[in-house]
Design a protein around this ligand. Structure first.
Ligand code: ARG
Length: 583
Protein backbone atom coordinates (compact mmCIF):
# COMPACT_ATOMS: atom_id res chain seq x y z
CA UNK A 1 0.00 0.00 0.00
CA UNK A 2 1.40 3.41 -0.88
CA UNK A 3 1.78 6.12 1.73
CA UNK A 4 -1.24 8.24 2.62
CA UNK A 5 0.90 10.74 4.37
CA UNK A 6 2.42 13.44 2.15
CA UNK A 7 5.58 13.51 4.26
CA UNK A 8 6.09 9.80 3.79
CA UNK A 9 5.13 9.94 0.14
CA UNK A 10 7.57 12.77 -0.50
CA UNK A 11 10.59 11.23 1.27
CA UNK A 12 11.70 9.10 -1.71
CA UNK A 13 11.00 11.95 -4.13
CA UNK A 14 13.27 14.22 -2.15
CA UNK A 15 15.94 11.54 -1.96
CA UNK A 16 15.90 11.27 -5.75
CA UNK A 17 15.98 15.04 -6.15
CA UNK A 18 18.91 15.38 -3.74
CA UNK A 19 20.86 12.78 -5.70
CA UNK A 20 20.02 14.40 -8.99
CA UNK A 21 20.87 17.93 -7.88
CA UNK A 22 23.95 17.32 -5.73
CA UNK A 23 25.18 13.79 -6.42
CA UNK A 24 24.48 10.31 -5.10
CA UNK A 25 26.21 10.94 -1.79
CA UNK A 26 23.37 13.33 -0.87
CA UNK A 27 20.63 10.79 -1.49
CA UNK A 28 20.14 9.95 2.16
CA UNK A 29 20.31 13.52 3.46
CA UNK A 30 17.20 14.07 5.55
CA UNK A 31 15.00 16.57 3.67
CA UNK A 32 13.70 17.67 7.10
CA UNK A 33 10.08 17.65 6.02
CA UNK A 34 7.68 18.81 8.69
CA UNK A 35 4.18 20.13 9.13
CA UNK A 36 3.92 23.86 8.99
CA UNK A 37 1.29 26.50 9.53
CA UNK A 38 2.60 28.60 6.66
CA UNK A 39 2.07 26.05 3.92
CA UNK A 40 1.09 22.45 4.42
CA UNK A 41 4.67 21.29 4.80
CA UNK A 42 8.10 22.72 4.99
CA UNK A 43 11.39 21.14 3.86
CA UNK A 44 14.23 22.64 5.84
CA UNK A 45 17.29 20.84 4.53
CA UNK A 46 18.65 23.59 2.29
CA UNK A 47 20.25 25.50 5.15
CA UNK A 48 22.37 22.63 6.38
CA UNK A 49 23.19 21.52 2.84
CA UNK A 50 24.36 25.00 1.88
CA UNK A 51 27.15 24.79 4.44
CA UNK A 52 28.36 21.47 3.09
CA UNK A 53 28.14 22.63 -0.50
CA UNK A 54 29.61 26.08 0.30
CA UNK A 55 26.70 27.65 -1.46
CA UNK A 56 23.78 29.96 -0.59
CA UNK A 57 20.76 28.28 1.01
CA UNK A 58 18.32 29.88 -1.39
CA UNK A 59 20.38 28.65 -4.34
CA UNK A 60 20.43 25.15 -2.89
CA UNK A 61 16.66 25.30 -2.38
CA UNK A 62 16.18 26.43 -5.97
CA UNK A 63 18.27 23.58 -7.36
CA UNK A 64 16.42 21.09 -5.22
CA UNK A 65 13.04 22.35 -6.39
CA UNK A 66 14.16 22.15 -10.00
CA UNK A 67 15.21 18.52 -9.51
CA UNK A 68 12.08 17.47 -7.62
CA UNK A 69 9.67 15.26 -9.50
CA UNK A 70 6.52 15.36 -7.39
CA UNK A 71 3.89 17.18 -9.38
CA UNK A 72 1.38 14.40 -8.68
CA UNK A 73 1.62 15.15 -4.92
CA UNK A 74 2.61 18.77 -4.81
CA UNK A 75 0.62 21.81 -5.89
CA UNK A 76 3.16 24.51 -5.23
CA UNK A 77 6.75 24.91 -3.99
CA UNK A 78 7.99 28.23 -2.68
CA UNK A 79 11.22 29.37 -1.13
CA UNK A 80 10.68 31.30 2.06
CA UNK A 81 12.94 33.22 4.41
CA UNK A 82 16.60 32.20 4.37
CA UNK A 83 15.92 29.02 2.35
CA UNK A 84 12.96 27.04 3.65
CA UNK A 85 10.90 25.26 1.02
CA UNK A 86 7.17 25.67 1.57
CA UNK A 87 5.20 22.78 0.13
CA UNK A 88 1.51 22.96 -0.71
CA UNK A 89 0.03 19.50 -1.09
CA UNK A 90 -2.33 18.84 -3.97
CA UNK A 91 -5.91 18.58 -2.77
CA UNK A 92 -6.63 16.01 -5.46
CA UNK A 93 -3.80 13.74 -4.23
CA UNK A 94 -5.12 13.96 -0.68
CA UNK A 95 -8.65 13.20 -1.85
CA UNK A 96 -7.54 10.19 -3.88
CA UNK A 97 -5.40 8.64 -1.18
CA UNK A 98 -8.14 9.18 1.39
CA UNK A 99 -10.67 7.61 -0.91
CA UNK A 100 -8.52 4.49 -1.23
CA UNK A 101 -8.47 3.89 2.52
CA UNK A 102 -12.22 4.26 3.10
CA UNK A 103 -13.75 1.19 4.69
CA UNK A 104 -10.28 -0.27 5.23
CA UNK A 105 -10.15 -2.05 8.57
CA UNK A 106 -6.59 -0.81 9.08
CA UNK A 107 -7.56 2.77 8.19
CA UNK A 108 -4.59 3.04 5.91
CA UNK A 109 -1.96 1.83 8.34
CA UNK A 110 0.46 -0.60 6.73
CA UNK A 111 1.55 -3.61 8.82
CA UNK A 112 5.07 -3.42 10.25
CA UNK A 113 7.71 -4.05 7.61
CA UNK A 114 9.79 -6.11 10.04
CA UNK A 115 7.52 -7.88 12.53
CA UNK A 116 9.28 -8.53 15.82
CA UNK A 117 8.61 -10.75 18.80
CA UNK A 118 7.91 -8.42 21.70
CA UNK A 119 7.52 -9.25 25.38
CA UNK A 120 5.60 -6.75 27.47
CA UNK A 121 5.91 -7.18 31.22
CA UNK A 122 3.08 -5.18 32.73
CA UNK A 123 0.56 -4.87 35.55
CA UNK A 124 2.50 -7.39 37.67
CA UNK A 125 0.71 -7.01 41.02
CA UNK A 126 1.64 -9.00 44.10
CA UNK A 127 -0.30 -12.00 45.38
CA UNK A 128 -2.46 -11.35 48.42
CA UNK A 129 -1.84 -7.64 48.04
CA UNK A 130 -4.21 -5.09 46.63
CA UNK A 131 -3.60 -3.57 43.21
CA UNK A 132 -3.06 0.13 43.78
CA UNK A 133 -2.77 3.21 41.70
CA UNK A 134 0.81 2.40 40.58
CA UNK A 135 -0.46 -0.84 39.09
CA UNK A 136 -3.10 1.22 37.31
CA UNK A 137 -0.40 3.02 35.36
CA UNK A 138 1.49 -0.14 34.51
CA UNK A 139 -1.72 -1.90 33.48
CA UNK A 140 -3.08 0.91 31.34
CA UNK A 141 0.20 1.84 29.63
CA UNK A 142 1.22 -1.78 29.10
CA UNK A 143 -2.13 -2.70 27.66
CA UNK A 144 -2.01 0.20 25.22
CA UNK A 145 1.46 -0.82 24.03
CA UNK A 146 0.38 -4.45 23.72
CA UNK A 147 -2.63 -3.54 21.60
CA UNK A 148 -0.72 -1.10 19.45
CA UNK A 149 2.31 -3.30 18.74
CA UNK A 150 0.08 -6.28 18.07
CA UNK A 151 -2.01 -4.24 15.69
CA UNK A 152 1.12 -3.23 13.84
CA UNK A 153 1.72 -6.91 13.25
CA UNK A 154 4.28 -7.76 15.91
CA UNK A 155 4.05 -10.97 17.89
CA UNK A 156 3.29 -9.79 21.42
CA UNK A 157 3.75 -11.89 24.55
CA UNK A 158 1.92 -10.32 27.46
CA UNK A 159 3.70 -11.29 30.66
CA UNK A 160 2.11 -10.58 34.01
CA UNK A 161 5.11 -10.88 36.34
CA UNK A 162 3.02 -11.44 39.44
CA UNK A 163 4.86 -11.35 42.78
CA UNK A 164 3.99 -14.84 43.96
CA UNK A 165 7.11 -16.02 45.76
CA UNK A 166 9.34 -15.07 48.68
CA UNK A 167 9.41 -14.76 52.45
CA UNK A 168 5.99 -13.06 52.93
CA UNK A 169 4.35 -16.34 51.94
CA UNK A 170 5.38 -17.87 55.25
CA UNK A 171 3.17 -15.51 57.23
CA UNK A 172 0.43 -15.49 54.58
CA UNK A 173 0.09 -19.27 54.62
CA UNK A 174 0.09 -19.41 58.43
CA UNK A 175 -2.59 -16.73 58.53
CA UNK A 176 -4.61 -18.70 56.03
CA UNK A 177 -4.41 -21.73 58.30
CA UNK A 178 -5.50 -19.66 61.32
CA UNK A 179 -8.52 -18.34 59.46
CA UNK A 180 -9.42 -21.72 58.02
CA UNK A 181 -9.31 -22.35 54.28
CA UNK A 182 -12.97 -21.65 53.60
CA UNK A 183 -13.02 -18.32 55.40
CA UNK A 184 -9.73 -17.29 53.81
CA UNK A 185 -10.95 -18.14 50.35
CA UNK A 186 -14.10 -16.16 50.98
CA UNK A 187 -12.17 -13.11 52.12
CA UNK A 188 -9.76 -13.21 49.20
CA UNK A 189 -12.55 -14.02 46.78
CA UNK A 190 -14.35 -10.76 47.46
CA UNK A 191 -11.15 -8.85 46.96
CA UNK A 192 -10.33 -8.10 50.59
CA UNK A 193 -6.64 -8.48 49.86
CA UNK A 194 -5.54 -5.54 51.96
CA UNK A 195 -7.20 -6.84 55.10
CA UNK A 196 -5.77 -10.29 54.62
CA UNK A 197 -2.25 -9.06 54.13
CA UNK A 198 -2.44 -6.56 56.98
CA UNK A 199 -3.81 -9.10 59.43
CA UNK A 200 -0.99 -11.49 58.60
CA UNK A 201 1.56 -8.72 58.96
CA UNK A 202 0.15 -7.61 62.33
CA UNK A 203 0.38 -11.10 63.74
CA UNK A 204 3.88 -11.43 62.42
CA UNK A 205 4.94 -8.20 64.12
CA UNK A 206 3.16 -8.99 67.40
CA UNK A 207 3.89 -12.65 68.03
CA UNK A 208 7.21 -14.41 68.36
CA UNK A 209 5.50 -17.78 68.00
CA UNK A 210 3.75 -16.75 64.77
CA UNK A 211 7.07 -15.50 63.40
CA UNK A 212 8.56 -18.87 64.16
CA UNK A 213 5.76 -20.67 62.32
CA UNK A 214 6.06 -18.29 59.36
CA UNK A 215 9.80 -18.91 59.06
CA UNK A 216 9.37 -22.65 59.16
CA UNK A 217 6.70 -22.34 56.51
CA UNK A 218 9.05 -20.47 54.20
CA UNK A 219 11.58 -23.27 54.57
CA UNK A 220 8.88 -25.85 53.79
CA UNK A 221 7.72 -23.82 50.78
CA UNK A 222 11.22 -23.58 49.37
CA UNK A 223 11.83 -27.26 49.98
CA UNK A 224 8.76 -28.02 47.89
CA UNK A 225 6.65 -29.51 50.70
CA UNK A 226 3.43 -30.72 49.05
CA UNK A 227 0.91 -29.48 51.60
CA UNK A 228 2.62 -26.08 51.80
CA UNK A 229 2.55 -25.76 48.04
CA UNK A 230 -1.15 -26.62 48.04
CA UNK A 231 -1.85 -23.82 50.52
CA UNK A 232 0.38 -21.42 48.59
CA UNK A 233 -1.54 -22.24 45.44
CA UNK A 234 -4.79 -21.26 47.13
CA UNK A 235 -3.39 -17.79 47.74
CA UNK A 236 -2.09 -17.52 44.20
CA UNK A 237 -5.27 -18.76 42.53
CA UNK A 238 -7.62 -16.66 44.62
CA UNK A 239 -5.57 -13.55 43.97
CA UNK A 240 -5.38 -14.30 40.26
CA UNK A 241 -9.14 -14.72 40.13
CA UNK A 242 -9.55 -11.37 41.84
CA UNK A 243 -7.06 -9.68 39.47
CA UNK A 244 -9.04 -11.10 36.55
CA UNK A 245 -12.20 -9.37 37.78
CA UNK A 246 -10.37 -6.05 37.99
CA UNK A 247 -8.93 -6.49 34.49
CA UNK A 248 -12.39 -7.26 33.14
CA UNK A 249 -13.83 -4.15 34.79
CA UNK A 250 -11.05 -2.02 33.43
CA UNK A 251 -11.39 -3.70 30.05
CA UNK A 252 -7.77 -4.68 29.59
CA UNK A 253 -6.56 -7.60 27.50
CA UNK A 254 -4.64 -9.39 30.27
CA UNK A 255 -5.92 -12.91 30.83
CA UNK A 256 -5.00 -15.61 33.37
CA UNK A 257 -2.83 -17.32 30.75
CA UNK A 258 -0.58 -14.25 30.66
CA UNK A 259 0.50 -14.78 34.24
CA UNK A 260 4.12 -15.86 34.44
CA UNK A 261 4.80 -14.97 38.04
CA UNK A 262 8.07 -14.96 39.90
CA UNK A 263 7.63 -18.61 40.89
CA UNK A 264 7.55 -19.57 37.22
CA UNK A 265 11.28 -18.88 37.10
CA UNK A 266 12.26 -20.95 40.16
CA UNK A 267 13.41 -23.92 38.07
CA UNK A 268 15.64 -21.62 36.01
CA UNK A 269 17.45 -19.82 38.84
CA UNK A 270 20.24 -22.32 39.44
CA UNK A 271 21.18 -22.29 35.76
CA UNK A 272 21.45 -18.51 35.91
CA UNK A 273 23.93 -18.70 38.77
CA UNK A 274 25.86 -21.53 37.10
CA UNK A 275 26.10 -19.79 33.77
CA UNK A 276 27.34 -16.56 35.32
CA UNK A 277 30.00 -18.48 37.24
CA UNK A 278 30.98 -20.49 34.17
CA UNK A 279 31.44 -17.35 32.12
CA UNK A 280 33.49 -15.79 34.90
CA UNK A 281 31.09 -12.90 35.29
CA UNK A 282 30.09 -13.37 38.93
CA UNK A 283 32.14 -13.12 42.10
CA UNK A 284 31.50 -14.37 45.61
CA UNK A 285 31.38 -11.61 48.24
CA UNK A 286 30.66 -12.57 51.87
CA UNK A 287 29.09 -15.76 50.56
CA UNK A 288 26.78 -13.91 48.15
CA UNK A 289 26.97 -14.33 44.38
CA UNK A 290 27.39 -10.86 42.86
CA UNK A 291 27.91 -9.31 39.47
CA UNK A 292 29.62 -5.97 39.20
CA UNK A 293 28.58 -4.41 35.91
CA UNK A 294 30.48 -1.38 34.65
CA UNK A 295 29.22 2.00 35.67
CA UNK A 296 27.00 1.14 38.63
CA UNK A 297 27.91 2.84 41.88
CA UNK A 298 26.26 3.24 45.26
CA UNK A 299 25.80 6.57 47.07
CA UNK A 300 29.34 6.40 48.41
CA UNK A 301 30.68 5.98 44.88
CA UNK A 302 31.71 2.35 45.39
CA UNK A 303 30.95 -0.28 42.77
CA UNK A 304 27.41 -1.59 43.21
CA UNK A 305 26.77 -5.31 42.72
CA UNK A 306 23.66 -7.01 41.43
CA UNK A 307 23.11 -9.69 44.05
CA UNK A 308 22.18 -12.86 42.24
CA UNK A 309 22.19 -15.15 45.24
CA UNK A 310 22.16 -14.02 48.85
CA UNK A 311 24.63 -15.18 51.47
CA UNK A 312 21.99 -17.51 52.96
CA UNK A 313 21.58 -19.22 49.61
CA UNK A 314 18.24 -17.57 48.79
CA UNK A 315 17.36 -16.02 45.47
CA UNK A 316 15.73 -12.60 45.32
CA UNK A 317 14.03 -10.21 42.94
CA UNK A 318 17.18 -9.62 40.78
CA UNK A 319 17.82 -13.33 40.22
CA UNK A 320 14.23 -13.81 39.12
CA UNK A 321 14.50 -10.94 36.67
CA UNK A 322 17.72 -12.39 35.26
CA UNK A 323 16.03 -15.74 34.71
CA UNK A 324 13.04 -13.93 33.20
CA UNK A 325 15.05 -11.89 30.72
CA UNK A 326 16.99 -14.96 29.67
CA UNK A 327 13.77 -16.92 29.17
CA UNK A 328 12.17 -14.08 27.22
CA UNK A 329 15.15 -13.73 24.95
CA UNK A 330 16.25 -17.33 24.49
CA UNK A 331 13.00 -19.26 24.82
CA UNK A 332 10.33 -16.80 23.68
CA UNK A 333 12.70 -15.38 21.06
CA UNK A 334 11.90 -11.75 21.86
CA UNK A 335 13.96 -9.04 20.22
CA UNK A 336 12.21 -6.31 22.16
CA UNK A 337 11.53 -6.76 25.87
CA UNK A 338 9.51 -4.06 27.58
CA UNK A 339 9.12 -3.57 31.33
CA UNK A 340 6.28 -1.24 32.21
CA UNK A 341 7.31 -0.51 35.77
CA UNK A 342 7.54 2.66 37.87
CA UNK A 343 10.55 4.96 37.57
CA UNK A 344 11.99 4.03 41.02
CA UNK A 345 13.07 0.65 39.63
CA UNK A 346 15.23 2.23 36.91
CA UNK A 347 18.54 1.17 38.42
CA UNK A 348 17.36 -2.38 39.02
CA UNK A 349 16.46 -2.81 35.36
CA UNK A 350 19.57 -1.06 34.09
CA UNK A 351 21.65 -3.58 36.07
CA UNK A 352 19.60 -6.58 34.98
CA UNK A 353 19.95 -5.51 31.33
CA UNK A 354 23.70 -4.96 31.71
CA UNK A 355 24.26 -8.36 33.30
CA UNK A 356 22.06 -10.13 30.73
CA UNK A 357 24.16 -8.57 27.97
CA UNK A 358 27.43 -9.53 29.68
CA UNK A 359 26.17 -13.11 29.92
CA UNK A 360 25.22 -13.11 26.25
CA UNK A 361 21.58 -13.94 26.99
CA UNK A 362 20.51 -10.77 25.26
CA UNK A 363 22.10 -10.49 21.83
CA UNK A 364 23.12 -7.31 20.04
CA UNK A 365 20.08 -5.92 18.31
CA UNK A 366 17.70 -7.11 21.02
CA UNK A 367 16.25 -4.20 22.93
CA UNK A 368 15.36 -4.57 26.59
CA UNK A 369 13.62 -1.31 27.60
CA UNK A 370 12.38 -0.04 30.93
CA UNK A 371 9.14 1.77 30.15
CA UNK A 372 9.26 3.89 33.28
CA UNK A 373 6.40 6.03 34.51
CA UNK A 374 5.85 8.74 37.11
CA UNK A 375 3.58 8.77 40.14
CA UNK A 376 -0.10 9.49 40.47
CA UNK A 377 -0.62 12.49 42.75
CA UNK A 378 -3.57 13.84 44.69
CA UNK A 379 -4.87 17.41 44.57
CA UNK A 380 -2.26 18.30 47.21
CA UNK A 381 0.45 17.12 44.77
CA UNK A 382 1.50 14.42 47.23
CA UNK A 383 1.20 10.71 46.46
CA UNK A 384 -2.44 9.93 45.79
CA UNK A 385 -3.92 8.44 48.99
CA UNK A 386 -7.25 7.92 50.68
CA UNK A 387 -8.37 10.37 53.39
CA UNK A 388 -7.02 7.99 56.00
CA UNK A 389 -3.62 8.01 54.28
CA UNK A 390 -3.77 4.55 52.71
CA UNK A 391 -2.89 3.77 49.12
CA UNK A 392 -5.93 3.83 46.89
CA UNK A 393 -7.30 0.54 45.63
CA UNK A 394 -7.33 0.37 41.86
CA UNK A 395 -10.76 -1.21 41.82
CA UNK A 396 -12.20 1.67 43.84
CA UNK A 397 -10.99 4.14 41.23
CA UNK A 398 -12.58 2.15 38.43
CA UNK A 399 -15.85 1.97 40.35
CA UNK A 400 -15.84 5.65 41.24
CA UNK A 401 -15.21 6.62 37.64
CA UNK A 402 -18.04 4.37 36.48
CA UNK A 403 -20.44 5.88 39.03
CA UNK A 404 -19.65 9.41 37.94
CA UNK A 405 -19.90 8.46 34.29
CA UNK A 406 -23.25 6.77 34.88
CA UNK A 407 -24.78 9.82 36.49
CA UNK A 408 -23.52 12.02 33.65
CA UNK A 409 -24.84 9.64 31.00
CA UNK A 410 -28.22 9.38 32.73
CA UNK A 411 -28.41 13.16 32.79
CA UNK A 412 -27.36 13.72 29.17
CA UNK A 413 -28.54 10.66 27.30
CA UNK A 414 -32.15 10.38 28.42
CA UNK A 415 -33.11 9.05 24.96
CA UNK A 416 -31.04 5.90 25.43
CA UNK A 417 -32.41 2.76 27.14
CA UNK A 418 -31.02 1.92 30.56
CA UNK A 419 -28.96 -1.17 29.66
CA UNK A 420 -27.20 0.79 26.91
CA UNK A 421 -26.66 3.71 29.29
CA UNK A 422 -24.79 1.32 31.54
CA UNK A 423 -22.53 0.04 28.80
CA UNK A 424 -21.87 3.62 27.69
CA UNK A 425 -21.03 4.54 31.28
CA UNK A 426 -18.53 1.69 31.41
CA UNK A 427 -16.88 3.02 28.26
CA UNK A 428 -16.90 6.60 29.57
CA UNK A 429 -15.65 5.64 33.02
CA UNK A 430 -12.75 3.64 31.61
CA UNK A 431 -12.02 6.24 28.95
CA UNK A 432 -11.75 8.88 31.68
CA UNK A 433 -9.20 6.90 33.67
CA UNK A 434 -7.20 5.48 30.79
CA UNK A 435 -7.05 8.62 28.71
CA UNK A 436 -5.95 10.85 31.56
CA UNK A 437 -3.20 8.38 32.34
CA UNK A 438 -2.07 7.90 28.74
CA UNK A 439 -2.35 11.52 27.63
CA UNK A 440 0.20 12.64 30.19
CA UNK A 441 3.86 12.41 29.39
CA UNK A 442 4.61 8.92 30.69
CA UNK A 443 7.64 9.69 32.81
CA UNK A 444 6.02 12.66 34.54
CA UNK A 445 3.82 12.57 37.62
CA UNK A 446 0.19 13.54 37.12
CA UNK A 447 -2.64 14.69 39.34
CA UNK A 448 -5.60 12.36 39.58
CA UNK A 449 -8.70 14.52 39.30
CA UNK A 450 -11.70 12.34 38.62
CA UNK A 451 -14.14 15.25 38.28
CA UNK A 452 -12.12 16.74 35.47
CA UNK A 453 -11.31 13.41 33.83
CA UNK A 454 -14.94 12.38 33.29
CA UNK A 455 -15.97 15.71 31.76
CA UNK A 456 -16.48 15.81 28.02
CA UNK A 457 -14.61 19.08 27.69
CA UNK A 458 -10.92 19.64 27.05
CA UNK A 459 -8.43 16.93 26.19
CA UNK A 460 -10.24 14.09 27.99
CA UNK A 461 -11.31 10.58 27.10
CA UNK A 462 -15.03 11.38 27.26
CA UNK A 463 -14.47 14.35 24.91
CA UNK A 464 -13.00 11.97 22.35
CA UNK A 465 -15.90 9.58 22.79
CA UNK A 466 -18.40 12.38 22.14
CA UNK A 467 -16.46 13.49 19.08
CA UNK A 468 -16.61 9.94 17.76
CA UNK A 469 -20.31 9.52 18.59
CA UNK A 470 -21.02 12.76 16.74
CA UNK A 471 -19.41 11.44 13.56
CA UNK A 472 -21.49 8.27 13.84
CA UNK A 473 -24.66 10.24 14.39
CA UNK A 474 -24.07 12.20 11.18
CA UNK A 475 -23.59 8.97 9.26
CA UNK A 476 -26.73 7.52 10.87
CA UNK A 477 -28.78 10.55 9.93
CA UNK A 478 -27.49 10.35 6.37
CA UNK A 479 -28.76 6.80 6.22
CA UNK A 480 -32.04 7.21 8.08
CA UNK A 481 -33.13 10.56 6.70
CA UNK A 482 -31.53 10.64 3.28
CA UNK A 483 -31.12 6.96 2.52
CA UNK A 484 -27.38 7.37 1.96
CA UNK A 485 -25.18 4.35 2.69
CA UNK A 486 -21.84 4.76 4.41
CA UNK A 487 -19.10 5.56 1.89
CA UNK A 488 -17.36 2.48 0.59
CA UNK A 489 -13.79 1.99 -0.57
CA UNK A 490 -13.11 4.20 -3.53
CA UNK A 491 -15.97 6.71 -2.97
CA UNK A 492 -14.75 9.99 -4.38
CA UNK A 493 -13.31 12.54 -1.97
CA UNK A 494 -13.07 16.01 -3.47
CA UNK A 495 -11.36 18.55 -1.31
CA UNK A 496 -12.14 22.19 -1.96
CA UNK A 497 -12.61 23.97 1.38
CA UNK A 498 -9.60 24.84 3.55
CA UNK A 499 -11.17 23.11 6.58
CA UNK A 500 -11.62 19.95 4.50
CA UNK A 501 -7.99 20.06 3.57
CA UNK A 502 -6.82 20.51 7.14
CA UNK A 503 -8.94 17.57 8.22
CA UNK A 504 -7.63 15.42 5.36
CA UNK A 505 -4.03 16.31 6.20
CA UNK A 506 -4.63 15.36 9.82
CA UNK A 507 -6.22 12.05 8.79
CA UNK A 508 -3.17 11.31 6.66
CA UNK A 509 -0.92 11.41 9.71
CA UNK A 510 -2.51 8.54 11.63
CA UNK A 511 0.06 5.97 10.61
CA UNK A 512 2.89 8.29 11.62
CA UNK A 513 1.25 8.81 15.03
CA UNK A 514 0.97 5.05 15.59
CA UNK A 515 4.59 4.54 14.53
CA UNK A 516 5.71 7.32 16.87
CA UNK A 517 4.14 5.52 19.84
CA UNK A 518 5.68 2.20 18.78
CA UNK A 519 9.16 3.66 18.64
CA UNK A 520 9.06 6.07 21.59
CA UNK A 521 6.67 3.97 23.73
CA UNK A 522 4.89 7.23 24.58
CA UNK A 523 1.14 6.80 24.23
CA UNK A 524 0.50 10.51 24.76
CA UNK A 525 1.59 11.07 21.18
CA UNK A 526 -1.44 9.15 19.97
CA UNK A 527 -3.69 11.06 22.40
CA UNK A 528 -2.41 14.36 21.04
CA UNK A 529 -2.98 13.15 17.51
CA UNK A 530 -6.58 12.13 18.26
CA UNK A 531 -7.29 15.37 20.07
CA UNK A 532 -6.04 17.34 17.07
CA UNK A 533 -8.15 15.15 14.82
CA UNK A 534 -11.27 15.84 16.88
CA UNK A 535 -10.47 19.56 16.80
CA UNK A 536 -9.95 19.56 13.02
CA UNK A 537 -13.18 17.69 12.67
CA UNK A 538 -15.10 20.27 14.73
CA UNK A 539 -13.68 23.08 12.59
CA UNK A 540 -14.65 21.22 9.45
CA UNK A 541 -18.14 20.50 10.72
CA UNK A 542 -18.67 24.12 11.73
CA UNK A 543 -17.58 25.44 8.35
CA UNK A 544 -18.71 22.79 5.91
CA UNK A 545 -22.35 21.69 5.90
CA UNK A 546 -22.55 17.95 5.40
CA UNK A 547 -26.16 16.79 5.42
CA UNK A 548 -27.36 20.13 4.06
CA UNK A 549 -25.01 20.06 1.08
CA UNK A 550 -25.87 18.11 -2.04
CA UNK A 551 -24.74 15.59 -4.60
CA UNK A 552 -21.03 14.90 -5.02
CA UNK A 553 -20.09 17.47 -2.40
CA UNK A 554 -22.27 15.77 0.19
CA UNK A 555 -20.94 12.34 -0.71
CA UNK A 556 -17.39 13.59 -0.39
CA UNK A 557 -18.03 15.24 2.95
CA UNK A 558 -19.72 12.11 4.24
CA UNK A 559 -16.60 10.23 3.23
CA UNK A 560 -14.52 12.63 5.32
CA UNK A 561 -16.87 12.10 8.26
CA UNK A 562 -16.63 8.35 7.83
CA UNK A 563 -12.82 8.39 7.63
CA UNK A 564 -12.75 10.50 10.79
CA UNK A 565 -15.13 8.13 12.58
CA UNK A 566 -13.06 5.07 11.67
CA UNK A 567 -9.76 6.73 12.54
CA UNK A 568 -11.03 7.91 15.93
CA UNK A 569 -12.42 4.47 16.68
CA UNK A 570 -9.22 2.69 15.65
CA UNK A 571 -7.02 5.14 17.53
CA UNK A 572 -9.08 4.94 20.70
CA UNK A 573 -9.13 1.16 20.56
CA UNK A 574 -5.32 1.19 20.48
CA UNK A 575 -5.46 3.18 23.71
CA UNK A 576 -7.72 0.46 25.12
CA UNK A 577 -10.82 2.65 24.88
CA UNK A 578 -14.10 1.42 23.40
CA UNK A 579 -15.97 4.07 21.44
CA UNK A 580 -19.77 3.61 21.52
CA UNK A 581 -21.66 4.56 18.36
CA UNK A 582 -24.03 6.82 20.25
CA UNK A 583 -24.07 8.56 23.58
N1 ARG B 1 5.58 -6.95 41.42
C1 ARG B 1 6.33 -5.74 41.27
C2 ARG B 1 5.64 -4.58 41.98
O1 ARG B 1 4.46 -4.64 42.30
C3 ARG B 1 6.51 -5.34 39.83
C4 ARG B 1 7.22 -6.33 38.96
C5 ARG B 1 7.67 -5.72 37.69
N2 ARG B 1 8.24 -6.66 36.76
C6 ARG B 1 9.45 -7.20 36.87
N3 ARG B 1 9.85 -8.03 35.93
N4 ARG B 1 10.26 -6.95 37.88
O2 ARG B 1 6.30 -3.57 42.23
Amino acid sequence: MSAHDPIRALQPRFAAALAKAFGDEYKSTDPLLQWSDRADLQANCALGLAKKLSSKPRDVAEKLIAALDASDIVEKLEIAGPGFINVTVKASWLGETLSSRLADARVGVAPAAKPETVVIDYSSPNVAKEMHVGHLRSTVIGDCLARLLEWQGHKVHRQNHVGDWGTPFGMLIEHLLDLGETAAIEELGVGELNNFYKAARQKFDASEAFQQRARQRVVALQAGDKETLRLWKILVDESAAYFATVYAKLDVTLKPEHIAGESFYNPLLQAVVDDLALKGISTINDGATCVFADGFKNKEGDPLPLIVRKGDGGFGYPATDLAAIRYRSETLGATRILYVVGAPQAQHFAMVFAVAKMAGWVKDGTRPQHVAFGSVLGADRQMYRTRTGESVRLVDLVDASYDKALSLVKEKSTHIPEAEQESIAKAVGNAAIKYSDLSNDRVKDYVFDLDRMVQAIGNTGPYQLYAHARTRSILRKAKDELGLDAPTAGSAVVITHAAEKRLALQLSQFEAAVDAVASSLEPHKLCTYLYDLSTRFSEFYDQCPVLKSEGAERASRLALVSATADTLKAGLSLLGIQAPDRM
